[in-house]
Design a protein around this ligand. Structure first.
Ligand code: AMP
Ligand code: MG
Length: 336
């Protein structure tokens, strides 16, 4: 049987995301047209992410997510020219499921496979979907909090959290308040009714931030019952987001860049977006924000980075399609 290409001769990539709670599969063509972007998220009401449980979730949903992604894109498996997957960084158990699924598909379809870096994928989908060309990237997710920019052939990390990610900080405090997961949006909702600012530790060290002490402090304040939830959530947002905006502005000044791109789940926060816009306006720069679907972990960004790397000549043997849970953003070479 001769398979009819649905993409008018354009390369079609199937991208698989599985670094943490999200298992996502997307189909994207080499012009950057996103034909589908389907995700299933492992959610818990209590406790954090247990790696083995999340991996089990991914195993359970992988077949359904694939079927829905292909159906939405209106393509068959035979139309896929390339398979990419998130190779780094992330939770080993979770990465393993995506890498294995990608390996099986690439083997059966006899198409090339490419493993990509998740953080860089967030950045590249931002460049695809906005007018940003050479931005400073504020990447704020559950596990990651980094200020990244391109300098000298690599995406360098100019600032980062020295302990927990900002999303993890929000979620942990939200659990302490009994709000459940994900905590960021619930904290934001409560913050809108906040009436006064409660002084909290503001921890910026050079270009780095720290949320560990702030978390302990605000939990203790809550436990004294002297402050309302609303005031604490308001003060938490004002403090934590100001810290992020400060280090981002410093990186922009240092690199001489006049574009800011926001990414990661916490980038959906309207107060953080507003603070970034104000900072950028004051320095004659522009802030770019993505639709939520592309801020959170998603397969489309993995597919798009796969296409960029493949078209720039990257090839990976099937035996090389491993996982690199601890690879840092600045260790990945940018050759596309
Ligand atoms: P990610 O790890 O990129 O999928 O992002 C997940 C994180 O984003 C979780 O910690 C959420 O609490 C957080 N998050 C999602 N939406 C919002 C929001 N509107 N404001 C603040 N945090 C958010
Ligand atoms: Mg992410």
């Amino acid at each position: 049987m001769v398979l009819q290409k649905k993409s008018n001769g354009l390369l079609l990539c199937l991208g698989i995301e599985s670094t943490a709670h999200t298992f996502g599969i997307a189909v994207v063509d080499e012009n950057g047209r996103i034909l589908s972007n389907i995700r299933a998220v492992h959610k818990t009401t209590r406790g954090g992410l247990i790696p083995a449980d999340v991996a089990d979730h991914h195993v359970k949903v992988c077949h359904g997510v694939l079927a829905e992604s292909l159906a939405t894109a209106n393509v068959g498996l035979g139309d896929i020219d390339l398979v990419s997957y998130s190779q780094s960084p992330g939770i080993g158990n979770c990465l393993r499921v995506g890498a294995m699924f990608a390996r099986i598909l690439a083997t059966l379809l006899e198409v090339p496979i490419i493993g990509v870096n998740h953080c860089i994928a967030h950045l590249e989908i931002g460049k695809l979907l906005t007018a940003a060309k050479d931005p400073v990237f504020l990447y704020v997710s559950g596990a990651n909090t980094q200020v990244i920019a391109y300098e000298g052939g690599r995406y360098r990390v100019f600032g980062e959290t020295i302990d927990i990610g900002v999303g993890n900080f929000l979620d942990t405090f939200a659990r302490h308040l009994g709000l459940g997961f994900p905590g960021g949006p619930k904290i934001h909702q409560l913050s809108l009714a906040g009436k006064q600012y409660v002084e909290l530790p503001y921890v910026v060290k050079g270009m780095d931030v720290s949320f560990g002490g702030l978390l302990t402090n605000i939990k203790q304040k809550y436990d004294t019952k002297e402050y309302t939830k609303e005031d604490l959530c308001f003060s938490l947002q004002e403090t934590a987001y100001a810290m992020l905006v400060e280090v981002t502005e410093r990186a922009m000044a240092h690199c001489g860049k006049n574009e800011l791109l926001l990414g990661g789940g916490v980038a959906s926060n309207s107060r953080l977006q507003e603070m970034c816009r104000i900072m950028c306006e004051e320095r004659g720069a522009r802030a770019y924000v993505l639709p939520t679907e592309y801020n959170v972990d998603n397969g489309a960004m993995i597919a798009w980075l796969g296409i960029l790397e493949y078209n720039a000549g990257k090839r990976m043997q099937i035996e090389e399609s491993n996982i690199l849970p601890y690879l840092r953003t600045d260790e990945a070479e940018v050759f596309w």
